[in-house]
Design a protein. Structure first.
Length: 309
């Protein structure tokens, strides 16, 4: 177990380092943020003075070395736009994004797992056909379009739910449904395919031959053995939802990290963008490490020494 944890931690460090390098170089290539921070009538001398003051005229490798050494200590510098510590701004918005991502993932699991199991058990029947049709639609509909339609129907026409903000469960419903739609479609398809593979195994036929109730065969023997790929997917999906909730947060004015990142990118707020990416990457890596540790709990046959990284 110790070897497994050390190996995973080393991989996590490499991933975070790679992400930081890519983001730093991409932001560096967008141009000088000092130009945006000054009014349009600012002279070139004023731009050069602010550039020197912010340290953007130093060689890129020195800027990156300074960034990574400070980031290890949790210091991402001050936001160029908000004039506050960038790390504190991200941590202030992170709970809202986690709440939205967790709600979307929970909704996806509650809807998709039973639907996928039902489609697998009723393979080739009308339930399976309707399920696959809905899954195809769910994977085809753009998130921004779905969010706007939900606002038009449930907020503008029916006046049932608010269109923006955070604080009550009513304000969470529409963003969570929008964010969960694509995940429901993918998780339903994955559950169905996993169950179809498991239900064809010999131990399932043996369980039925012993006279076990069909419900016990499906859920105790079938679903449990199909959970390993589902657990892997859920870990990746939760991390993806954390980083991919940008469109949903913008549509519903959700005060999360995604919306903060969009504003920071438009303003070329280098420290803030770097803090967002760095902290989200760490969160994603930690989630995947937890998922790996769950494998032997779900299936005792798995041992840390044989888990493929």
């Amino acid at each position: 177990m110790t070897t497994f944890l050390i190996r995973r931690l080393l991989q996590a460090i490499v991933v975070i380092f790679g992400v930081s390098v890519i983001v730093f170089l991409a932001l560096f290539a967008t141009g000088n943020p000092a130009r945006l921070m000054l009014p349009p009538e600012a002279t070139q001398q004023e731009v050069d003075e602010l550039t020197h003051q912010l340290g953007f005229d130093r060689p890129i490798y020195l800027q990156y070395a300074s960034f990574i050494s400070n980031a290890v200590r949790g210091d991402f510098g001050n936001s160029l736009w908000y004039h506050e510590p960038a790390g504190a701004l991200v941590l202030e918005r992170l709970p809202a994004t986690v709440e939205l991502a967790f709600s979307g993932l929970l909704l996806a699991v509650v809807c998709a797992v039973p639907l996928g199991v039902l489609a697998a058990v009723r393979r080739g029947r009308w339930v399976d056909t309707v399920t696959q049709f809905l899954v195809t639609i769910g994977q085809s509909v753009p998130i921004f379009w779905l969010g706007l339609v939900l606002i038009l129907v449930f907020s503008v026409n029916l006046h049932l739910l608010p269109t923006s903000g955070r604080g009550t469960w009513q304000q969470l419903v529409l963003p969570a449904v929008t964010l969960a739609a694509y995940s429901i479609a993918r998780l339903t398809r994955l559950t169905r395919s996993g169950m179809l593979e498991v239900l064809g195994q010999d131990y399932i036929r043996t369980a039925r031959a012993k006279g076990l109730p069909e419900r016990a065969v499906i859920y105790r023997h079938g679903l449990r053995n199909a959970l390993i790929p589902l657990i892997t997917y859920l870990g990746l999906e939760f991390g993806g939802l954390l980083g991919g909730a940008v469109v949903t947060e913008v549509i519903f004015s959700w005060p999360g990290v995604g919306r903060l990142a969009v504003d920071a990118i438009f303003n070329r707020d280098f420290p803030l963008v770097q803090a967002v990416v760095f902290l989200v990457a760490i969160t994603f890596v930690v989630i995947n490490l937890i998922v790996d540790l769950l494998y032997p709990i779900i299936d005792p046959r798995i041992r840390f020494g044989v888990i493929k990284s």
